[in-house]
Design a protein around this ligand. Structure first.
Ligand code: SF4
Length: 134
């Protein structure tokens, strides 16, 4: 299974288990930083779930996904015992267009990204492997 297909399948599985109750949003420290302190938690959670499914999402949900800093405080609050932090990570990937859809959030350009990946990869390779790779 390809990476995007796996992302879509896992997103759909987790979204199907989420009831959009909003308990994860209530304990999250980020809504205040994202300008969402007055937003309805269930609306925000439903937006995150919609992003996971590639469906039209409330702007509040998209903003929450984009604001996630992986505090992980959401996980303990979920009555369905879902890995909410992982759901937000997947939703963030989808929001940035990882499955080929138009990005929902701004994606920062990083001209040095490829050279850093190559440098780290080289550190894990033997000289023989590097000779074949380069
Ligand atoms: S607490 Fe769990 S079930 Fe409720 S909205 Fe968050 S992820 Fe979904």
């Amino acid at each position: 299974m390809s990476h995007p297909a796996r992302l879509l399948a896992e997103s759909a599985r987790l979204a199907a288990a989420c009831t959009a109750c909003g308990e994860c949003v209530k304990v999250c420290p980020m809504p205040a930083f994202a300008g969402l302190p007055a937003a309805e938690p269930a609306l925000v959670a439903a937006g995150m779930r919609a992003v996971l499914l590639g469906q039209p999402a409330a702007p509040e949900g998209v903003a929450w996904v984009a604001a996630c800093t992986r505090s992980g405080q959401c996980n303990a609050a979920c009555p369905e015992r879902l890995d909410v932090a992982f759901m937000l990570r997947l939703a963030g990937m989808r929001a940035k267009g990882a499955t080929g859809e138009a990005p929902l959030v701004a994606v920062k350009g990083d001209a040095g990204w490829a050279s850093r990946v190559k440098a780290f990869a080289r550190m894990t390779m033997t000289e023989e492997e590097q000779a074949k790779w380069l």
